[in-house]
Structures are given as C-alpha cells and as structure tokens.
Write a protein that binds this ligand. Structure first.
Ligand code: SF4
Length: 352
C-alpha cells in the first residue's frame, strides 16, 4: 500500500498497524505530506467541527527531585526556582477561568513538598482549585503513588497528564535518569482506573528513529489515553542535552497529523510551549484541536520547554490566542461543550 492509500484507509477509520503508522511518519514527499495534513483536518473537522479547547497553564512549582537529561528544571541545574502559594494558584486559576479557558493545568516538577504525607499538599491544592473554579482541572505532578489517584479524583481532578516521552526503553533510561519505565506507564493506567482522563506525550528530536516515533504513537493511542501529544525537543541550557542540534517542527506536525488520522476521537494539543504563538497555525493545520500552555502575562510563571517564550509579551494569553483562532475560522468551546466532552469520555472507575 502506498502512502496515499494508507492515508485514505486511515481517514476512513480502518486503522493502521505499526508498519502503516511508521510508513506515514517516514513519508517525506511534499504531496504526501500535504495530503496527510489535509486528511487530518478533514477528520478533525468531521468529529469536532470548528471547536477548539483552550487549556491554561499554571506551573506552580519548579522544584524537582529528578534529574531528567532534557529538562531545564532538573535537580542539578542551578537556577531560580519558585513555588506558588495556594492563594496565588487560586487567583491564577480564577483569572484563567474568567479569561475563558476550558481547563486549568496544574503542573509541577516532582517537588518533594507536594509528595509528603501521601501527597496531601497536592490533593489539598486540587480540592481548593475545585472549590474555586468550575472549569476542567488537569494535574501534571510527575509520577505519584497509586493510592493518590482516587483521592485526586475525589478532590476534583478531571485529567492526569504524565508523558512517557519515548517507548524505547534504552532511550527512556538516558532521558529520565533513575526513573522506572513501567511505573511511569502505570501512572496513566492508575489514573484511568480511578476515573480520571489521562494524557500521554512523546518528545520529537531527541535522537529517535522514525520507527521509535511510530511506536510511541501506536502505544499512546492504543493505551486508551483520551489526550495524546507530540512535542519537539528544545535544547535547554545547563543540561547534558544542551548542545543537541535544535530541530524544526516538521516531524512533530507529521506526528500530530498521523495521530489524528489513526486515533480520530482523541484530543491532540497544539502546544504554545515549543514555538510560541508563531507555531499555533501550523499545528492546527496538522489536525490539533486543543491549545495548551496558555499563560497569563506578568505573573512570574514559567513554561516547561520554553521557560520565557512569549509569556510576558502577552502572546500566550487567552485574548491573543482567541483572536488568532477566530482569524483561522475556529471557535473556542463553551464550558458546557467542554464539560460534555469530559463527561462522555470519563473512564469508569474500577472497583476492587
Ligand atoms: S521533566 Fe519533570 S521530572 Fe524531569 S527534571 Fe523536569 S520537572 Fe523534573
């Protein structure tokens, strides 16, 4: 089957096996790429219409006990760190809700303070945000104990995000130093068992092969995660990977489009954290239907892949993003539309 036939097959919802995904991810011909993106847009629009979901980002603690080779916030990197107070997190969440986002993503490094006493500080924070806002809540706390998931759900978490980054175990060991591959995979399983929607993600441009990328897409999609993403690696100062040649977003866009074709009902983000607002249109044109990493300006908040990009100039703020989307003929989901998506897709908790 040639690439056009694979695209056609996937667009019709017949699925692709790993070889088919790998073939699409490796096709570099311009006409094939154009058709890949066009088919991804058709699939997205048939299923989700012109509606896009907006996620606000609150990176509330940049402390971390881990030492991931790719991450600016790794333990041994000497940098200014912050930990927002609960009041600050509540104020930020409320202001994001007022501005019109559908969800607030509460993200932290693996901050030891949030892990003490069976993650009590994290669970209390989620409960307080739940008591303050009516929009969706995503929690991105790194790897946590299995017992914490029901408590997080009880506190009001709708989503749990934890990215595997790669499904190549050797590469995982080099990226996520001294971390357990299986335990990280289990995080999303445990979240879904507790009735929390889950997000997985892969890094692109870390020295992986096209086959590695295809395996990651296949694994993320077949695991059942309701949201799956690809993000281009951005070399970070002070890390062992700081001198890696930066890559453009071509492979990420191809991954977004392939995921859209093969896993048609999933939410697929366009992250503002890679290329800032400049990268929004290309990702939407590749089939994404969620905008993530929207950050209120002037709040001394950081991004993950790009700690400062477009944050204080306001180009990652809600108003600016909405204006851009409207210019592209897209509309932001109402809170009730987004809530309906969550309710329809929430995994059924497993009772023991
Ligand atoms: S990727 Fe996450 S866990 Fe790893 S060093 Fe960075 S903040 Fe910590």
């Amino acid at each position: 089957m040639d690439a056009f036939e694979l695209i056609d097959k996937a667009e019709k919802g017949h699925g692709l096996d790993l070889d088919g995904i790998a073939a699409l991810m490796s096709a570099t011909d311009d006409e094939v790429t154009e058709e890949l993106f066009a088919a991804a847009r058709r699939v997205r629009d048939r299923r989700f219409g012109k509606t896009v979901y907006l996620y606000g980002f609150v990176y509330f603690s940049t402390y971390c006990k881990n030492n991931c080779a790719f991450c600016y916030y790794r333990r041994t990197n000497d940098l200014h760190r912050y930990r927002k107070t609960k009041e600050e997190v509540l104020t930020l969440s409320a202001s994001l809700e007022d501005a019109g986002v559908n969800l607030v993503d509460l993200t932290m490094g693996e901050d030891p303070l949030m892990y003490v006493d069976a993650h009590r500080n994290l669970i209390d924070l989620v409960q307080s945000v739940r008591d303050t806002v009516d929009i969706g809540i995503m929690v991105s706390p790194g790897a946590i104990d299995r017992a914490a998931f029901p408590a997080l759900r009880e506190a009001g978490a709708d989503w749990f995000a934890c990215y595997q980054e790669t499904y190549n175990r050797e590469m995982f060991a080099k990226l996520r130093l001294e971390q357990d591959f299986r335990n990280r995979m289990d995080q999303r399983i445990w979240a879904r068992e507790a009735g929390i929607l889950a997000e997985d993600g892969m890094l692109v441009g870390i020295g992986e092969t096209p086959r590695d990328r295809a395996e990651a897409v296949h694994m993320m999609g077949t695991s059942g995660c309701e949201q799956i993403r690809a993000m281009t690696f951005v070399p970070q100062a002070g890390t062992p990977m700081q001198d890696l040649e930066p890559r453009d977003s071509t492979e990420e866009l191809r991954a977004i489009a392939t995921m859209r074709l093969v896993f048609q009902d999933r939410l697929i983000p366009a992250s503002l954290d890679v290329e800032g607002i400049a990268g929004l249109k290309t990702r939407i044109d590749a089939g994404a239907n969620v905008i993530t990493s929207i950050i209120p300006p002037h709040q001394e908040l950081a991004g993950v892949a790009q700690p400062e990009l477009n944050i204080d100039d306001g180009h990652r703020s809600v108003d600016y993003v909405i204006e851009m989307l409207e210019g592209m003929g897209r509309k932001v989901a109402s809170d009730s539309e987004y809530r309906s998506f969550i309710d329809a897709h929430r995994p059924v908790p497993r009772r023991c």
